[in-house]
Design a protein around this ligand. Structure first.
Ligand code: PEP
Ligand code: MG
Length: 582
């Protein structure tokens, strides 16, 4: 155990203590895509796997030929023979083939899932010799994955169990690939608390510290590392005393989580008996179990980008339908609000980068509905998939990044076209058509909320982007993170105006930005009139606890006092004082 340790200060963006071994990711490296494939693509995917396995065997054979001489040649020969065998007829290859054929996983996802299962079986034996043999399997798998992904990617998802991912930056696409059972935490040099990567880390329950200057200069692969997502601290090679104190805190956190979980069956009602609807935000299908555990009344925001990230081509209607149905059906009639593609800014897809380049990476460029209306075929395909899923459950459609009424009108025309197409083909779809709602997340939408309400069946308030665009602060940039402030009077006025416009037009209004999942804001949001909140599933118990302590008349009154203020510092004090009374 070292006598001195290295401590770094960053932005704690996802709470909890993560302890493990540093897996340092080289800058610019890409990761392995996982997605489901339609039945019609199974043979092609099996063919891809076969081709990559053949190429891998060929490469290893070449290494074998080159290394026929030298002291270690014999030993190496045995090892390389074993590698070649693993790529021919082994549990790895057979298991991956079965996952492609039966689970309809893409080849990379199938290889990854299989090797993860083999790794778990090896780990269960708790034998250092066997554990070392797993390194061989990992080496073969990495080669196979590199060949499957044409050498462009490095398999971050294959990290050993208990790894802490250390990187300059993680994109949302990278984060989407992390396996929460293998990863203990995340520490990066860049990135802000409202970035989509931070949101995903919270959704996956991974403690994370982003925006940590100097981190990469002092960490080496294999170092022991602690990520404290509550305090924003990263400790490299902790001393025995530090380790012991973090272990105690970690156990305390676990006890608290267990206590909060007891609230699952309790209703989300205020002290004076008003029921509040608590729904879940979902960015990855893997979160579904957590949604059920948290007792969410529905999915209030399904970020559909997961179907488009980490791939070269766009998903077709069948593929999207199958991905959606895997979420809609298990919700058993509870509503699923599917947001149409919100690619752009920090969320990118290789399939569209070629056509639109830098505009899709600018927060002011072709993002959300703007991109969808520029490529109506993409939107119509997505609508068809949503409408089909709507025949087997309850869905709502949500349009992101809307800034004018004309965008809603055009999107509705495309939706009608999608319905006509399905009718002509005799494919069952939601009848009547699902409600179409609008994200209020850019200032123009908030300021035109009364007009938008005439064309929308519901509003969902996106406080992340509304704060970013109102204050002109990039939510992914750690340098300006300290200026990002939901309590800025300008932001609160836009939120209030939008909520009141919805209430006047008698359409439902929810809030699904990160404000909704932070109990600090709960009383204020209730005071501003919100009765539907949608958040990361793991935040539901904490917010429910706060709701059960709130007296609505008092919250209403405090919200009015707050809305008269001009200074966000004063607003923060008024809010925190009110919360402290609970
Ligand atoms: C928001 O902007 O508040 C929102 C919920 O959407 P996203 O975080 O996906 O941009
Ligand atoms: Mg948004």
């Amino acid at each position: 155990m070292p006598e001195s340790e290295n401590r770094f200060k960053g932005l704690g963006v996802s709470s909890g203590i993560g302890m493990g071994v540093a897996h340092v990711r080289e800058s610019g490296a890409v990761t392995v895509p996982i997605y489901s494939i339609p039945a019609s693509k199974v043979d092609a995917e099996l063919g891809r796997l076969k081709k990559a396995a053949t190429l891998s065997r060929h490469q290893i054979n070449q290494i074998r030929t080159k290394s026929k001489e030298g002291a270690a040649a014999e030993e190496l020969g045995y090892l390389l023979d074993a590698y070649i065998h693993m790529l021919k007829d082994s549990r790895l290859v057979r298991g991956a083939e079965r996952r492609i054929a039966e689970d309809h996983l893409n080849a990379e996802g199938a290889v990854q899932a299989e090797v993860a299962e083999i790794g778990d079986a090896f780990a269960a034996l708790d034998d250092p010799y066997i554990a070392a043999r797993f390194d061989d399997i990992r080496a073969v798998t990495n080669r196979l994955l590199l060949n499957l992904t044409k050498g462009a990617q490095r398999p971050i998802a294959l990290v050993p169990k208990g790894s802490v991912i250390v990187a300059e930056e993680l994109s949302p696409a990278d984060t989407a690939l992390l396996d929460p059972h293998r990863v203990a935490g995340i520490a990066t040099q860049l990135g802000g608390p409202q970035s989509h990567s931070a949101i995903m880390a919270r959704a996956l329950g991974l403690p994370a510290v982003l925006g940590t200057p100097g981190l990469l200069d002092c960490v080496n692969p294999g170092d022991h590392i602690i990520v404290d997502g509550d305090k924003g601290t990263v400790v490299i090679n902790p001393t025995a005393a530090t380790l012991a104190s973090y272990k105690t805190r970690h156990e305390k956190d676990l006890r608290e989580t267990r206590l909060l979980a007891r609230l699952r069956k309790q209703p989300a009602v205020t002290r004076d008996g008003t029921e509040i609807d608590l729904q879940a935000n979902v960015e990855l299908p893997i979160e579904l179990d957590m949604v059920k555990q948290a007792g969410a009344s529905g999915i209030g925001l399904l970020r559909s980008e997961f179907m488009f990230m980490n791939r070269e081509s766009l998903p077709d209607e069948d593929e999207q339908y199958e991905a959606l149905i895997s979420l809609v059906k298990p919700m058993g009639g509870r509503s699923v609000t599917v947001r149409t593609l919100d690619i752009g800014a920090d969320k990118t897809t290789a399939a569209l980068m070629g056509d639109f380049g830098a505009s899709t990476t600018s927060p002011l460029g072709l993002r959300g509905i703007r991109l969808s209306l520029t490529c109506p075929d993409i939107l119509e395909t997505q609508f068809r998939a949503i409408l089909r899923a709507g025949a087997e459950g309850t869905v709502r459609i949500l349009l992101p990044m809307v800034s004018s009424v004309s965008e809603v009108r055009r999107a509705r025309d495309i939706l009608d076209q999608a319905a006509r197409n399905l009718k002509r083909r005799g494919v069952p779809f939601a009848d009547p058509l699902p409600p179409v709602g609008v994200m209020i997340e850019v200032p123009s939408a908030a300021l035109a909320a009364d007009s938008l309400a005439q064309y929308s069946d519901f509003f969902a308030l996106g406080s992340n982007d509304l704060t970013m665009y109102t204050l002109a602060i990039d939510r992914s940039d750690d340098q300006v993170a300290h200026l990002f402030d939901h309590l800025h009077p300008a932001v609160l006025r836009l939120i209030q105006f939008s909520a009141e416009a919805a209430l006047r037009a008698r359409i439902p209004v929810s809030i699904c930005g990160e404000m909704a999942g932070d109990p600090r804001y709960t009383a204020l949001l209730l005071g501003l009139g919100f009765r539907e909140l949608s958040m990361t599933a793991s935040s539901i118990p904490r917010v429910k606890k706060r709701i059960r302590d709130v007296d609505l008349i008092a919250a209403d009154h405090r919200a009015r006092v707050i809305m008269d203020q001009v200074d966000s510092g004063r607003i923060a004090t008024l809010l925190d004082d009110f919360n402290a009374l609970a």
